[in-house]
Design a binder for this molecule. Structure first.
Ligand code: NOJ
Ligand code: CA
Length: 552
């Protein structure tokens, strides 16, 4: 019988937690097959503890055909054999909990993988059967149903519909997938689907999991009244119809699902939590982050802030005020497994459109690596000082840049294959971590890595940075530990610098000041003890592209 370990503690542990995202396939390889796994993570829990983080969020580790890096889940209550097994999962929970670190797992409720038992049953079932009703099957248009039900595109292009071959061998109905064709969307009007996800939530809560990151949390409930979904101009937040009336996204009824999960969360001590990946208008986010719902929702608009004091202030201030009004909590993020690493983004001129810029091997403008890292660290220190919780992505604590030269034939991301005209790939931020300066896959494992690592990884390895007092790794360690001691009421006051619009300065109720210099000349700091500076001070002043914390 497996051992399940539970970590007690305050119900609000996550309100201002620092959470570290692990992309399991790329963190550490424990069995020499080039793929990261649970054993590898277990072998690195002391590294995680040394960072001072409160929790780990693990991206999917479920059985999967890996059509979308594991976000195509074939079984929600098991572990992919390449990643480990449930016994190792329990060992990992135990090892984390023993160090006071909580675990958040990724739940993918909008779609399954096409290998899921229920999708396979749906393929064998007849049109209109209960098996098909768990997904979104529709007849095609045209004389023989040969025209897809609508012009809806998938996020990964080109179409959101795939035609199936019926059990009699003839071409038949079509099913809908907002992402790759290996990711059929669930029908959330179906009661069996609802019940099965509640079972999954309970399954992981019972295994000691502390929370859930909910994938595309705004897409589950769809208006299928017309039997099909029309083409949309884009998937941008700006084209989602307001007030919960969009066909596809952010419909009010989605909150009924989260309320039903909340009932389960609240059966545990402390109650479990959820964090929504919801690409919705900022005003709509607090509903996902309500204590009647998941609890948290990523404030993604900060990703587009650029290096701009006024914009950062506007976005941070707005998010904090809205969550205050709704009795929820802000959740900051600068990098994850879907976006170009922020050390690279900040190395580009302000306003660069990453979608247009990112064309493998022909990047213009070039990345200013030095500037990118300085600004990335300054922004991280700024977000760590704000009220709310902050999510970090593996490798950002090493100052890793995006890997921009992965050969096309080694790419794994379906976004790359399904949207060739864009050339966009998320593999560059998913390259396995460098642990040592040298050796096979820089210590990721003993037998290579599933995505190629560049030579410059050596200098960013944990080994290279561990004992270097000026490294990004030691900056993160210091900042996270200081923050733990400093964290206070979720309030802040902006301090105006009338003569310098390029300074962002706020103070928390306990006298914890955070000053970020978005300009070019060093700026003076408030009186008090300087606790941290992301770059060495210049005659007592904080230099350009840096953040300092002062306590008075
Ligand atoms: C968001 C995930 O973060 C991303 O990696 C995935 O491709 C899509 N959702 C679809 O599950
Ligand atoms: Ca492995």
């Amino acid at each position: 019988m497996a051992q399940h370990t539970f970590l007690k503690g305050p119900a609000d542990w996550w309100h201002q937690a620092v959470v570290y995202q692990i992309y399991p396939r790329s963190f550490a390889d424990g069995n020499a097959d080039g793929i990261g796994d649970l054993k590898g993570i277990i072998s690195r829990v002391d590294y995680l503890a040394g960072l001072g983080i409160d929790a780990v969020w693990m991206s999917p580790f479920y059985p999967s055909a890996l059509a979308d890096g594991g976000y195509d889940v074939d079984d929600y209550r098991d572990i992919d054999s390449r990643i480990g097994n449930l016994t190792e999962f329990d060992q990992l929970v135990e090892a984390l909990h023993a160090r006071g670190i909580r675990l958040i797992v990724d739940l993918v409720p909008n779609h399954s993988g096409s290998g899921h038992k229920w999708f396979q049953e749906a393929l064998k079932g007849a049109p209109g059967s209960p098996e098909r009703d768990r997904y979104i099957f529709r007849d095609g248009k045209g004389e023989n149903g040969e025209i897809r039900p609508s012009e809806l595109r998938s996020h990964f292009g080109p179409t959101a519909w795939t035609r199936v071959t019926e059990p009699d061998g003839k071409p038949g109905q079509w099913y809908m997938h907002l992402f790759a064709s290996e990711q059929p969307d669930w029908n959330w009007d179906n009661d069996e689907v609802k019940a099965d996800f509640r079972k999954t939530v309970r399954f992981w809560c019972d295994r000691g999991v502390d929370g859930f990151r909910v994938d595309v949390a705004h897409a589950l409930v769809k208006d299928l009244a017309n039997g099909h979904l029309p083409e949309r101009e884009s998937f941008d937040v700006s084209v989602i119809k307001p007030n919960g009336t969009d066909d596809l996204f952010d419909r009010d009824a989605v909150h009924e699902i989260y309320a039903s999960w909340r009932d389960i969360f609240n059966e545990y001590d402390p109650p479990r939590m959820g964090v929504a990946e919801a690409w919705v208008a900022a005003e709509r986010l607090p509903a996902y982050a309500s204590e009647k719902g998941l609890g948290q929702a990523f404030a993604f608009d900060m990703l587009g802030a650029g290096w701009d004091a006024a914009r950062v202030k506007q976005l941070a201030g707005g998010a904090i005020e809205r969550s205050h009004n709704m009795n929820s909590h802000t959740t900051w993020v600068l990098s994850n497994h879907d976006i170009v690493r922020h050390a690279t983004r900040f190395g580009l001129p302000n306003g660069t459109d990453i979608g247009k810029w990112y064309k493998p091997n022909r990047l213009d403008p070039k990345v200013n690596v030095e500037q990118g890292l300085k600004r990335a660290n300054a922004m991280t220190a700024l977000l760590l000082a704000l009220p709310g919780s902050t999510y970090l992505y593996q490798g950002e604590e090493l100052g890793l840049q995006e890997v921009l030269d992965i050969p096309a034939e080694l790419m794994q991301d379906p976004q790359f294959f399904r949207n060739p005209e864009l050339g966009l790939s998320r593999d560059g931020c998913r390259v396995p971590l460098p642990w040592t300066r040298e050796g096979s896959s820089f210590g990721f494992g003993t037998n290579g890595s599933h995505l190629p690592q560049p030579e410059w990884y050596s200098g960013y390895s944990v080994e290279a940075e561990d004992t270097d007092a000026s490294s990004t790794l030691n900056l993160y360690r210091k900042a996270i530990k200081l923050r733990k001691a400093l964290v206070t009421k979720q309030e802040l006051k902006w301090v105006k610098h009338f003569f310098n619009k390029n300074v962002l300065h706020f103070v928390r109720p306990n006298g914890w000041h955070c000053v970020t210099n978005f300009g070019t000349k060093p700026v003076a700091l408030p009186r008090g003890e300087v606790l941290l500076s992301t770059l060495p001070l210049v005659e007592g002043k904080v230099p350009a592209n840096a953040t300092a914390w002062v306590k008075n």
